[in-house]
Ligand binder design. Structure first.
Ligand code: NAP
Length: 243
């Protein structure tokens, strides 16, 4: 039976590649986007050329009402949700002393609240089916803390906490919950880094390179097919941090 997956933040970067990979493996994908409608439409067209139909759905996943509509749309059309990838996220570089309440609310809502509320909305269906796989895309900064990215680090550490606690609560319902914590991945999220900065960072990474979106999508594909991994934080970072 065809599996159904929602991927949040699938218009660009890591989420886009996850959506593509899952769709290419025969999973029906609902690719969520918010601001980048043109990119989302392009993704749909790209998939069509491979004879793959995906759904694209606009929703701000920091907003409960819009999340409800996304989940409602999926359940009305496909009757179930097997896989949820909480990927949507934003980042910001700022001195901690300059951070405002607005910064806090914006980052926590986009990165952490979104995963909390998305999970809450899909889990009743997963429990009913006694089947589910939730993957939270967190970050190495949630594990070790990132200077000038304090709120971002808090949001990602929160995601990892959500992963561990939910894995325990939902294990008996055969729902697996894991985090993938990427290191430095080549997407527009890092477009602020100069050539020199990127080179310096590369030198710190034992594998001597920056990751690409395929590195993360491969792990998602593995986790989706696995049956005994839950509550884990899997960090894909070229050896940059080893805990
Ligand atoms: P990206 O290229 O900037 O893409 C971010 C995606 O998130 C976009 O598709 C964007 O959609 C979506 N998004 C943001 N806020 C949203 C919201 N409220 N509702 C719906 N969609 C929303 O970033 P990326 O590098 O692919 O990052 C993806 C995830 O990986 C993030 O959670 C990020 O924190 C994490 N991560 C990235 C790296 C890295 O080095 N790149 C490292 C560690 C972790 P729209 O443009 O349509 O709004």
């Amino acid at each position: 039976m065809e599996k159904i997956a929602i991927v949040t933040g699938a218009s660009r970067g890591i989420g886009r590649e996850i959506a593509k990979t899952l769709a290419q493996k025969g999973i029906k994908v609902i690719a969520n986007y918010n601001k980048s409608e043109e990119d989302a439409k392009q993704l749909k067209e790209e998939m069509k050329k491979e004879n793959i139909e995906i759904d694209i759905y606009k929703a701000d996943v920091s907003n409960r009402e819009q999340i409800k509509k996304l989940v409602e749309y999926t359940l009305n059309k496909y009757k179930k949700i097997d896989i949820l990838i909480n990927n949507a996220g934003i980042s910001e570089y700022k001195l901690f002393t300059e951070e405002t309440d607005e910064d806090w609310n914006k980052i926590i809502n986009n990165n952490l609240y979104s995963a909390f509320a998305m999970s809450q909305e899909v889990i009743p269906n997963m429990i009913h089916n006694k089947n589910g796989c939730i993957i939270n895309i967190s970050s190495i900064w949630g594990m070790v803390g990132g200077s000038l990215e304090v709120i971002y680090s808090v949001s990602k550490a929160g995601m990892d906490g959500l992963t561990k606690a939910l894995a325990k609560e939902l294990g008996p319902s055969n729902i697996r919950v894991n985090s993938i914590a990427p290191g430095l991945i080549n997407t527009s999220m890092n477009s602020n880094l100069t050539y020199e900065e990127l080179k310096e960072l590369k030198d710190e990474i034992p594998l001597g390179k920056i990751g690409n979106v395929e590195d993360i999508a491969r792990c998602v594909n593995w986790l989706v097919n696995d049956e005994f991994t839950t509550g884990q934080i899997i960090s894909i970072n070229g050896g940059w941090i080893i805990t």
